[in-house]
Design a protein around this ligand. Structure first.
Ligand SMILES: Nc1ncnc2c1ncn2[C@@H]1O[C@H](COP(=O)(O)OP(=O)(O)OP(=O)(O)O)[C@@H](O)[C@H]1O
Length: 575
């Protein structure tokens, strides 16, 4: 009944492809042996065919060489295909956890999540794994084999090759070291840029109306300049290293030929060995050159992997147990304190209260007193730093995130809907939702007639964020979404801020009906009309609980409110 899921990670996903990597390694080994086809052919032509003048030998050698080249071509294609499939397997096995992490990030890390894009990181890893880059990495371990062969041909040639190889290797290390910091800088600047752009796009109306486009463009430009500079530096360095390595390789090849010629003149080696050693040298160094040219994407992929592993670890918070019974009895809060995600400052503390099935709690207090913080902690999106919030004795995190949705309804202060139909939005995109439940939630929220009046009724597409609806319509559909499926705990954060009289009446009726069916409703309110249908009251001031009790009793005793509710008496009169 209880599940204990494996924690997702990039390294874990790559590990599942272990057998594929073993296969790729074996194919790489065969390919590297087959790479000797050219030098051996050359050796035989120089030392055997030219010396003997035998055309049949030349023909047989040519036929064998063509066959071996064909075989290495086929193996190379197979290796690329296998790597592409590995990249797709890693990608698909992480798509779901990465999507979840992407959604959870703002809740887990708040503002610190702005520069993190796990889906882009996963894409970077996929692109690298599917590119020719990993093939060159698989070829690297076979380099010593080529050096050994050159040593076998002549120790002087071997030492020259080894010295040249060491210099090139050092350049690769410098390249890695210098690109590491610059790629990080580039990543940070890109994150800052996209933050400015995202905020500007989200607030396009404010930007347009108040003529802020020019100033925001200027700010964007200020961020772009260092980005270009960092990018330019990274490319300059990478170009410098790859050109130097290329140059060195060519020089080394000529030096090998020169030394080979010298040794041939002294009759220490044959002409064939002279040519073959130079070709083997080039072959030994080619994986390094290849690796250098793919270095930026390798570094980017490695950094993406580090970030993604970190994000997956931080966002893997769904430790709930599947099958825990849904609550239906009471809600108790024990000396609870909360803060915004990943923020050190406690924003609300000392909240202690108990509610029973059928209770309705009104939460009041001045602006910035902590009402929304309370609502967010209650639905489990803000962390409980101290104390506990319990439903039938269990804390919210003991249920899986998906199951939590079956007993929690939440209407946030700023209602955002999703791109889809009205029905999709009310049903929280549940594919198995039945029309009866959708219509029941809409009727309970008093929004059925409004929806029926839309061009396509419940099938009306409402655009991204509910852009084609008014603020009041969005709020009422948001209320229907919170009520959908008859959740036990319904938290409404200023549900009437955009409602007309009819909407407010529907809201009061909905709260009463939820209470009558044994649910608990928590209503954060500035306007007293939202409190008509509640029986309990919580008063918050300065991030602390000031009072909690029966609404009627409290209203006669307390007169400490500010903001729109100037005093307890005023509130009493209003209610
Ligand atoms: N994401 C956040 N990060 C840091 N501080 C925050 C965050 N959200 C709110 N706060 C701070 O927490 C305090 C309480 O805010 P909260 O939104 O809970 O107040 P509220 O009572 O709902 O106010 P209002 O009635 O104006 O909506 C405020 O001082 C606010 O500045």
């Amino acid at each position: 009944m209880f599940s204990n899921p494996v924690r997702p990670s990039v390294s874990g996903a790559i590990r599942t492809c272990r057998s594929a990597f073993v296969g790729i390694f074996i194919v790489s080994a065969v390919l590297n042996v087959l790479m000797l086809t050219g030098p051996i052919f050359m050796l035989q032509v120089y030392d055997r065919v030219l010396a003997s003048g035998s055309v049949p030998t030349l023909l047989v050698l040519s036929a064998i060489t063509i066959g071996l080249y064909g075989l290495s071509g086929i193996l190379d294609i197979l290796r690329s295909k296998a790597l592409l499939r590995v990249s797709m397997r890693v990608y698909t096995s992480l798509t779901n956890p990465v999507l979840r992490a992407n959604i959870r990030l703002p809740v887990m890390l708040g503002g610190k999540s702005a520069g993190l894009h796990p889906n882009r990181d996963l894409d970077t890893i996929r692109r690298f794994l599917g590119s020719p880059g990993p093939s060159s990495i698989f070829d690297l371990p076979f380099m010593p084999f080529y050096f050994l062969l050159i040593f076998v041909m002549h120790s002087a040639l071997g030492f020259l090759a080894l010295a040249g190889g060491a210099v090139i290797f050092l350049l690769v290390v410098f390249n890695e070291y210098s690109s590491r910091t610059t790629t990080k800088e580039v990543g940070q600047t890109t994150a800052a840029q996209s933050k400015v752009m995202e905020t500007a796009r989200r607030n396009a109306e404010v930007v347009g109306a108040m003529g802020m486009t020019g100033r925001l463009s200027q700010r964007y430009g200020e961020l772009v300049t260092p980005y270009f500079y960092a990018q330019q530096q990274a490319t300059d360095r990478s170009n410098f290293y790859s050109s130097t390595i290329k140059l060195l390789r060519m020089m080394l090849q000529s030096a090998m030929l020169g030394l080979g010629a010298y040794l041939a003149i002294r009759q220490e080696i044959s002409g064939g060995v002279m040519i073959a050693s130079s070709i083997i040298m080039a072959r030994a160094l080619s994986p390094i050159e290849q690796a250098v040219s793919h270095w930026p994407s390798f570094v980017a992929s490695r950094q993406a992997m580090g970030r993604l592993n970190q994000v997956l670890l931080q966002c893997d918070v769904d430790r709930g147990l599947q099958g825990l019974p849904l609550p239906k009895g009471d809600l108790s809060i024990e000396e609870m304190a909360t803060s915004a995600p990943a923020e050190p400052v406690v924003l609300l503390q000392d909240v202690a209260l108990t509610l029973k099935a059928g209770d309705g709690l009104g939460v009041i207090g001045g602006s910035g007193s902590g009402k929304t913080s309370f609502a967010r902690a209650l639905v489990g999106v803000w962390p409980v730093l101290k104390g506990a919030i319990r439903l039938d004795g269990s804390t919210i995190d003991q249920w899986t995130e998906d199951e939590r949705g079956r007993f929690i309804g939440y209407l946030p202060q700023d209602v955002e809907l999703f791109d889809g139909t009205v029905a999709d939005n009310i049903a929280r995109f549940d594919k198995d939702a039945d029309v009866v439940s959708i219509v029941a939630a809409a009727k309970l929220a008093g929004v059925h007639n409004l929806v029926a009046g839309l061009p396509d009724g419940y099938n009306t597409m409402i655009g991204d964020g509910g852009a084609r609806l008014s603020a009041g319509q969005r709020q009422r559909i948001g209320l229907a979404r919170a009520l959908y499926g008859n959740p036990f705990l319904i938290v409404l954060d200023e549900p009437n801020s955009n409602l007309d009289v009819e909407g407010e009446q529907a809201l009061s009726r909905a709260i009463l009906e939820v209470r009558q069916r044994g649910g608990i409703v928590v209503v954060v309110a500035h306007r007293s009309s939202a409190l008509l249908s509640v029986n309990k009251l919580l008063i918050i001031q300065g991030g602390r609980q000031v009072a909690f009790g029966d609404k009627d009793q409290l209203l006669t005793n307390v007169s400490i409110l500010n903001g729109s509710m100037q005093s307890g008496k005023a509130l009493a009169n209003a209610v």
